[in-house]
Design a protein around this ligand. Structure first.
Ligand code: XIL
Length: 497
């Protein structure tokens, strides 16, 4: 078992979801949501407004649908004010990235350290966010003293750990991932220290112990590669059915959802429905969608589709309580460190600018998408490296449009066909009527409608003779998906084609 199994595409064993009567589960807290929308609108920071216009934040839209939208945060994230401005304006649920795991909370037998987890809880409380406790029992990030114990002592150590941690956070967490990642991909239980000591019964014991410590916390089993119907999700389904029939306290199943671009399982919604038919909730707990770098415009458009699919799947299942992304932005994601060559897995780029996936998420949640252009940002990287020069009548532009019912992307390649180097450029063009830019890559675009300018960034402003660079943007449209008819580079007309 290696980290590289997360989100691995594997052949699925298709199982018909259990048929069940339509559930009448009422979505939670609409009145609370309305109050939060009002308060949240007042609290939006300049950055939050930029990331999504007031009223279109992920959390306000999610709450209006009766679900939450969360993120993982680590303690070091809390000192990044750019990050926390996005976190507090967009998300209403926090999962500590590492701070509640066993290696942090009980690094040696009987010695507890809750300060890092407490810092996350304090941040969440100060910003009106709830907390998913993550996690109590896991084979990974497990201090060696546990796996070195004689098997006869493991059960007592596990129960003490659960009781102490869940009691410490009693009343402060919405849910606990009580057992994290119990299964191998073939559906057998992982042969970890807990299984070795207690067999499969450790899972029921862990859930019962957590329930005694914090009877109000929702108790989850959480795993990866259980998003679609396959041998592993079948095993989780059988386990949950068995636990329910024995009266073991279990409230939900967490689908981690560490996806590879373009590989969201087509059976995800049906899979979630078969779990909710057992009487448990489901949640998307650690969503990311990794791209083989460098990410192209087409990759980012596919990622937007993937995010929309996952969110729509959750919204389509009445027992799906929310979606959490694993980290706020690409700069915070665990992906580059664990999957060589991959990255760009979240909705925000490394400057906390929203990517196409963000706008797709807003749209999936029923919002109109951001109307502000990333060019509203005072980002240092948005400035040309020097004053624009050259390129008089010496450019060619190729523009590829990909449109769907309400949106489009354009991928624009600019080639310097002249004989002198371009040092910083501004590409002028007029958007078709009804088109509004919602995000851009490798450029900033301003304004977001009408006649606009796309400006070079620090890394693509220099174009030697013959050199080309590709920029792109996503826009909403009202039926007219035409590409701009003409382009200018630093004020001079370019050939098109
Ligand atoms: C990851 C963290 O993001 C990393 O910082 C850490 O080094 C390893 O764990 N499944 C889980 C999460 O349940 O706890 C993992 O988090 C990602 C995979």
């Amino acid at each position: 078992m290696t980290a590289h199994d997360y989100g691995a595409n594997r052949s699925s064993v298709r199982v018909s979801p259990a048929q069940h009567p339509a559930r009448t589960l009422v979505r939670r807290g609409l009145l609370v949501a309305a109050a939060t929308v009002a308060a949240g609108a007042l609290l939006l920071t300049a950055l939050g407004t930029q990331a999504g216009a007031a009223g279109t934040s992920l959390k306000t839209l999610a709450e209006a649908k009766g679900v939450y939208f969360g993120t993982a945060l680590t303690q070091s994230n809390l000192s990044n004010s750019t990050l926390t401005a996005v976190a507090s304006s967009q998300f209403d649920m926090v999962t500590p990235g590492n701070e509640m795991k066993w290696d942090t909370t009980e690094p040696s037998n009987g010695t507890y350290n809750f300060a890092p987890g407490d810092a996350i809880v304090s941040y969440a409380q100060a910003n009106g966010m709830r907390v998913r406790g993550h996690n109590l029992v896991w084979h990974s990030q497990l201090p060696s003293w546990v796996s070195s114990l004689p098997t006869a002592q493991v059960q007592a150590a596990m129960e003490s750990h659960i009781t102490t941690e869940a009691t410490h956070y009693k009343g402060k967490v919405y849910s606990w991932d009580v057992v994290n990642e119990p299964f191998n991909d073939d559906g057998t239980l992982r042969q970890d220290a807990f299984y070795a000591a207690m067999g499969s019964g450790y899972i029921a014991d862990a859930l019962r112990t957590a329930h005694v410590a914090d009877p109000n916390a929702k108790l989850y089993l959480n795993d990866y590669n259980i998003e679609g119907e396959n041998a592993k999700s079948d095993a989780m389904y059988s386990l949950v059915a068995s636990l329910r029939s024995q009266g073991v306290p279990i409230d939900g199943v967490g689908l981690e959802s560490h996806f590879i671009l373009g590989q969201v399982p087509s059976t995800m919604k049906a899979n979630m429905q078969r779990f909710t038919a057992l009487g448990v909730n489901v949640a998307v707990t650690e969503l990311d969608d990794r791209i083989l770098l460098p990410a192209t415009a087409a990759n980012l458009a596919q990622q937007a589709t993937d995010y929309a699919t996952v969110i729509n799947d959750c919204l389509g299942v009445s027992g799906c309580v929310g979606v959490s992304q694993w980290g706020v932005g690409d700069a915070d994601s665990w992906i580059p460190g664990f999957f060589s060559g991959y990255g760009a897995a979240t909705m925000y780029d490394s400057n906390y600018q929203p990517k196409p996936a963000y706008n797709a998420a807003v749209t999936a949640l029923g919002g109109a998408g951001s109307t502000s252009s990333p060019s509203a940002s005072a980002s240092a990287s948005a400035s040309p490296t020097s004053s624009p020069t050259g390129a008089a009548g010496s450019c060619r532009v190729a523009d590829v449009v990909n449109a769907w019912n309400t949106g489009l992307t354009e991928n624009i390649t600019i080639t310097n066909t002249g004989t002198s180097t371009v040092n910083g450029w501004s590409l002028g063009f007029t958007l078709a009527s009804g088109q509004t830019v919602t995000s851009a890559w490798n450029t900033t675009i301003s304004p977001s409608t009408g006649t606009v300018k796309a400006t070079s960034l620090s890394y693509n402003g220099t174009l030697a003779p013959g050199a080309a660079t590709t920029i792109g943007f996503q826009a909403t449209h009202a039926g007219n998906t035409a590409a701009p008819a003409s382009f200018t580079l630093n004020g001079s007309a370019c050939s098109v084609g």
